[in-house]
Design a protein around this ligand. Structure first.
Ligand code: BGC
Length: 891
C-alpha cells in the first residue's frame, strides 16, 4: 500500500472511534512576533502565530479567522474588528498582519478562531494583545542627552528628573533608547527585570529602544525618573586585541527617553529627556563589559532616584546627536538573571582570602553580601579553573587582554565598602564566564558560603526541547551543551563568555541547530541577521565577528565562518516555517555568493580558516570552505524558488552544479570513494553538506565508517568536522558508529571533558591544552542537535517546514536502553521516545495537532511491527496528529 493510502486508512480507523464525541478544540499559545503579548513593536506587519489544542487523532485545522481590534470587549463578542481576515480555508498557523495601517503607541487585541478537521469552529475565545511602539523615529519627543564628559572618564553617570501627575493614570509606557547600557528606575525602583539593555548592535548604524509598561510604578503627585548609564560595547575602556577601544562609534554613553502617560480622562502627557534633567557620578567608578565593574559604596547617594532627593549639587546635562538615524524596537527576549546558583563550597585560605565554588561553569555575575569597615577593598576574581594550590587561575582566559596598567584586572570586580552595615553588590553592566570566585579583602572580614551566589545570565529564550537517555553520560553532555549554548547568547551569539564575548560567525553557524532544537530563539537570530545586514560591505563581504568595530573584515571571514548569512536564515525557515528571514536577507545572501563567485571563478575557494582546533589531522582549507560555499549557493537557489525568483533559481542551481563538479573533480577519487587523504573531516564535511555525487555516497560513507574505526572510534576533527561527522555517519547507515563516537569517555571526546568534571563544552579536546582553552565554548556543540536527529530521530521536512510535516527516524543504538527527545515546534510538542522491552523495542510518538509525520522504521524479517496494536508491514508510515505506540517484537 502506498504511504498516502495507508495514512488515510489509519486516519479513518482511528478517527472513527472519536467521530461522535466532538471533542472541543481551542487555539492556544497565541504569539505576536514570536512574543507573548509584546509591547513596543515597530514592525508594521506583525506576524501572528498560534497552536491548536486538539488531542484527537488526525486533529487538524481546516480554516482560521483572525480578528484584530483595539477594543477587547467587542473582540470577545466577535465584533468591531480593525482587521478581519474572514474565514481562510488553510491549515497555516502563521499569518502576517495585512490590515489598515497600525498606529504607534496603540494596543491591539487579536483572536484567532479555528475550524477543526470536521470543519467545526472553535467555541473557546482566546484573546492576545500586542502594542505598537514608536514605529517611526519621528515620533520621539525626548532629546539625546549625556553628561559633559569624554569617553575616557571612568565613573558611570546618573541622570534624574521629577514630574507631577494630577489625574488618574490609565496607562503609562517608558520608551528608552541608549548607546551604551542603561538601568531605568521610577520612584526608586528599577523598571523591569531585564539585564544589560539594550542589546549590542553596530551603534553607528542601528540602535535599539526598549518599551516598558510602567503604569503601576507611577503615583499620583510627584514622581522621579532615574537613569544609570553604563559603557557596554559602546564605550570600550578596556584594551584587547580586537581594538574595541578604537571603535568608530565610541563615545560617552547617551540616552533618549519618552515616558508617555495616558489619563483616564483621555488626555496625555509626555515626560522626556531634555535639559531639565540633572546628572552626577554614580558609585560605579568603573565599568567594562569586557573585564569587570568597580564600585565605591562610600559614594552612594541614598534616594538618588526618588522624589525628595536634593539634586541642587548635580550638574546640567548636554544634548548629544543621536548615535545613528535608525532607532528601532528591541522586540526580543531580554537578557535576565535566569538562574540563581548557590555556592557549593567555600574555602578559607586566610583571614582575607576565600574561594567560592559554584559547582558549575556559567556566564553571568556573582552577588556578594558583606559587612566590613569603611574603605575595605573587596576584590572578586572570577575564573573557570584553579591552580593546583586551589587558588583562582585566570591564565586560560585573559590571553587576549592587553591591559595598559594594573587598575583594570580581568574578570575582577572591585568593591569598596561604605562601613554602613551589611551591603550587597552585583555588577550592573558586566558579565563573566566563571565557576570560581576568589574574594580577597584589604581588611579581614568573616565570610560564609551563603554570602555569595552566582546568577546564570543569558538571553532568556523559552526552552523548546528535552533529551533523556538511559546513559547518564548522554544527559550530562546534553546539559553541558545547553549550558554553553546559553552562556553564549546575549542578544547575539558569542564564542565564549569570558575571553572574548565576540559574535564569531562560525561558532554560531555550528550551534544553530542545537540552539533551535532546544530553545525558541528566533527573535535573537532575526536581530543578529539585522546586525549582519548592518555590517555587510556593498560587495557582499562580511566580518568574522558580528557586530564589530571593524575588526574581522581581514581575518577569519571566509565562507566556513560567515556563511551564517545563509545558514542561519535557512535553519530558521526549517524550524519555524517562516519566510520573513529569507526575504529580509535574500539580497544579502545573493551579494555574498556573487562576491565569492567573482573572486573564485573556478568554483573552488581557499578563503577561510579551515577545520579550526583539530584533534590532530589537518584538512585543506579549500576542501572545507568550498563545501560551505556550495551550501550557501544551494540555500540561495532554494530560497529563490521559495520567493518565486525563477531566474535566480536557475542561475544559482547552475552555479551549485559548477561548484560541485569542480570540487569532486579535484578531491574525490570516484573509484575508491575517498576525498583527498580520507580524513574524518575530509569525508564527513562533503557528506553532510550534500556535495557528494549520489552514486558515490554509500562508498564515501563506508570509507568514513572505516576511518573512524581505524581511529579507534574516536574523533579526529576540528570545528567544521564536528558539525558534520556524527550526522554524516548516522544519515548514511552508520548510526551505531556515530553513537560510539558520541558516547566515548576517553580522549578525545565530549565524554572525556565530562569525565574531567566539565559542566560546559570546551574549546579544545585535550584538557591540558596550552592554547585555545576556554572552558565554555559552543563550537563543538553540534552533538546537542545530533541527539535530537539521530537517537531521537526528529527532523523538520524542508518541503513542509516548521515541523508541519515531521520526519521521524529514531535510531536505536547499542549502549542505550531508552532514549527520549521532545521538541516544541510551531504546532506543539513532538515526542519521539523508545525503550527496549522484552524481545523488542517500544516507540512512543506524539505528533501535535495540525501537523503530520512520516516515520521510518527499520524492518527485519521475523520481527512483528504494530502501530497502536495493529500490525503494519511497511517501514515507512505516514501518521496524522496523535499519540502512537509502535512495537517491534520478535514473533
Ligand atoms: C574564537 C573561536 C573563533 C575563532 C576563529 C577564537 O578566538 O574563540 O571560537 O571561531 O577564534 O578563529
Amino acid at each position: 500500500m502506498n504511504p498516502s493510502k495507508l495514512l488515510s486508512r489509519i486516519t479513518f480507523l482511528l478517527c472513527s472511534l472519536f467521530y461522535f464525541s466532538s471533542v472541543a478544540q481551542s487555539p492556544i499559545n497565541l504569539k505576536t512576533e514570536y512574543l507573548v503579548n509584546p509591547v513596543g513593536l515597530d514592525n508594521p506587519n506583525p506576524r501572528f502565530t498560534w497552536q491548536m489544542n486538539d488531542k484527537r487523532i488526525g486533529a487538524k485545522q481546516t480554516a482560521f479567522r483572525i480578528l484584530v481590534s483595539t477594543d477587547s470587549l467587542a473582540l470577545a463578542q466577535g465584533k468591531a474588528a480593525e482587521w478581519d481576515t474572514g474565514w481562510l480555508q488553510t491549515s497555516a498557523s502563521l499569518k502576517t498582519y495585512a490590515g489598515p495601517l497600525l498606529k504607534p503607541f496603540t494596543k491591539y487585541y487579536w483572536r484567532v478562531d479555528l475550524a477543526d478537521k470536521n470543519k467545526i469552529k472553535s467555541t473557546t475565545v482566546k484573546i492576545a494583545s500586542f502594542e505598537m511602539g514608536m514605529m517611526d523615529g519621528k515620533n520621539w519627543q525626548g532629546a539625546w542627552i549625556s553628561d559633559n564628559q569624554n569617553p575616557t572618564v571612568k565613573p558611570a553617570p546618573y541622570f534624574r528628573t521629577t514630574f507631577e501627575t494630577t489625574k488618574k493614570i490609565k496607562s503609562a509606557r517608558a520608551y528608552i533608547a541608549a548607546a551604551g547600557l542603561y538601568e531605568l528606575s521610577l520612584n526608586g525602583e528599577k523598571v523591569g527585570n531585564h539585564r544589560m539593555d539594550p542589546m549590542y548592535t553596530r551603534f553607528d548604524r542601528r540602535n535599539l529602544y526598549v518599551t516598558y509598561d510602567v503604569t503601576n510604578q507611577l503615583k499620583k503627585g510627584k514622581n522621579a525618573v532615574g537613569v544609570l548609564l553604563g559603557n557596554g560595547w559602546y564605550n570600550h575602556q578596556s584594551t584587547a586585541v580586537w581594538d574595541f577601544e578604537k571603535a568608530p562609534w565610541r563615545n560617552r554613553p547617551t540616552f533618549c527617553l519618552d515616558l508617555r502617560i495616558t489619563y483616564t480622562d483621555g488626555t496625555s502627557q509626555i515626560i522626556k529627556s531634555g535639559k531639565d534633567w540633572k546628572t552626577a557620578f554614580s558609585p560605579i567608578i568603573f565599568n567594562s563589559i569586557y573585564t569587570a565593574e568597580h564600585y565605591d559604596a562610600r559614594l552612594e547617594q541614598k534616594g538618588w532616584n526618588e522624589v525628595d532627593f536634593d539634586d541642587t549639587k548635580w550638574k546640567s546635562v548636554i544634548y548629544r546627536s543621536a548615535p545613528s538615524d535608525k532607532i528601532v524596537a528591541q522586540a526580543l527576549h531580554p537578557i535576565r538573571n535566569v538562574e540563581e546558583i548557590t555556592a557549593k563550597s567555600i574555602k578559607k585560605f586566610n583571614d582575607t582570602t576565600y574561594l567560592f565554588d559554584l559547582g558549575r561553569n556559567i556566564s553571568g555575575v556573582s552577588k556578594i553580601k558583606i559587612n566590613g569597615p569603611a574603605g575595605t577593598i573587596v576584590r572578586l576574581k572570577h575564573t573557570e579553573r584553579l591552580y593546583p594550590n586551589g587558588r583562582a587561575d585566570m591564565s586560560n582566559i585573559d590571553v587576549h587582554y592587553r591591559p595598559t596598567d594594573d587598575k583594570d584586572p580581568f574578570q575582577t570586580d572591585i568593591l569598596i565598602l561604605s562601613g554602613k552595615g551589611e551591603q550587597s553588590f552585583m555588577p550592573h553592566f558586566n558579565y563573566k564566564g566563571f565557576q570560581y570566585v576568589e574574594v580577597s579583602l584589604s581588611t579581614p572580614v568573616d565570610l560564609k558560603k551563603e554570602d555569595l551566589v552566582g546568577y546564570f545570565m543569558h538571553s532568556d529564550i523559552p526552552i523548546a526541547g528535552s533529551v533523556k537517555a538511559s546513559d547518564p553520560l548522554i544527559d550530562k553532555i546534553y546539559y553541558a551543551t545547553n549550558n554553553s549554548y546559553l552562556s553564549n547568547l546575549f542578544g547575539y551569539p558569542t564564542d565564549c563568555p569570558q575571553r572574548e564575548k565576540n559574535g564569531w560567525t562560525g561558532d554560531a553557524a555550528i550551534a544553530i541547530e542545537t540552539g533551535l532544537y532546544g530553545f525558541d530563539g528566533i527573535t535573537i537570530y532575526e536581530k543578529w541577521l539585522a546586525d549582519h545586514r548592518d555590517e555587510q560591505q556593498p560587495n557582499g563581504v562580511l566580518p568574522s565577528i558580528i557586530p564589530t568595530d571593524g575588526w574581522g573584515y581581514e581575518w577569519g571571514n571566509g565562507p566556513d565562518w560567515t556563511s551564517t548569512i545563509a545558514i542561519i536564515p535557512w535553519n530558521i525557515y526549517r524550524f519555524y516555517g517562516d519566510t520573513k528571514i529569507l526575504s529580509d536577507n535574500y539580497e544579502n545572501i545573493r551579494k555574498y555568493v556573487n562576491h565569492i563567485n567573482e573572486t573564485y571563478p573556478t568554483g573552488l575557494t581557499t578563503w577561510g580558516l579551515g577545520d579550526w582546533v583539530p584533534v590532530k589531522s589537518v584538512s585543506p582549507v579549500e576542501l572545507t570552505s568550498t563545501c560551505y560555499y556550495y551550501a550557501d549557493v544551494v540555500i540561495l537557489a532554494k530560497t529563490a524558488k521559495i520567493l518565486g525568483k525563477a531566474d535566480d533559481y536557475k542561475k544559482y542551481n547552475e552555479l551549485a552544479l559548477k561548484i560541485k563538479n569542480a570540487f569532486n573533480n579535484k578531491y574525490l577519487n570516484r573509484i575508491t570513494g575517498i576525498y583527498n587523504k580520507g580524513l574524518q573531516t575530509e569525508l564527513s564535511v562533503p557528506l553532510f553538506w550534500g556535495i557528494v555525487p549520489e552514486e558515490s555516497k554509500a562508498l564515501v560513507a563506508e570509507n568514513l565508517a572505516k576511518r573512524v574505526e581505524a581511529d579507534g572510534m574516536h574523533l579526529d576533527v576540528g570545528l567544521l568536522g564536528t558539525k558534520a561527522i556524527l550526522n554524516a555517519l548516522s544519515e548514511n547507515g552508520y548510526g551505531e558508529i556515530a553513537y560510539k563516537v558520541a558516547s566515548q569517555k576517553t580522549f578525545p571526546s565530549w565524554g572525556w571533558w565530562i569525565a574531567n568534571g566539565a559542566t560546559t563544552l570546551y574549546e579544545n579536546w585535550p584538557i591540558d591544552a596550552k592554547s585555545d582553552i576556554s572552558m565554555n565554548h559552543i563550537m563543538f556543540g553540534e552533538i546537542g542537535a545530533w541527539l535530537y536527529k539521530a537517537p531521537g530521530g526528529i527532523k523538520p521536512d524542508e518541503n513542509q517546514p516548521g515541523f508541519k510535516h515531521i520526519l521521524l527516524n529514531p535510531q536505536v543504538v547499542e549502549g542505550l536502553d531508552y532514549f527520549e527527545a521532545t521538541h516544541d515546534g510551531p504546532y506543539g510538542k513532538i515526542k519521539s521516545a523508545w525503550k527496549r522491552i522484552k524481545y523488542g523495542i517500544r516507540y512512543e510518538i506524539s505528533i501535535p495537532a495540525n501537523s503530520t509525520a512520516t516515520i521510518t522504521l527499520y524492518m527485519v524479517r521475523g520481527i512483528k511491527t504494530t502501530l497502536n496494536g495493529r500490525r503494519i508491514a511497511e517501514g515507512f508510515v505516514q501518521l496524522p496528529a496523535g499519540n502512537y505506540i509502535i512495537e517491534q517484537k520478535a514473533e
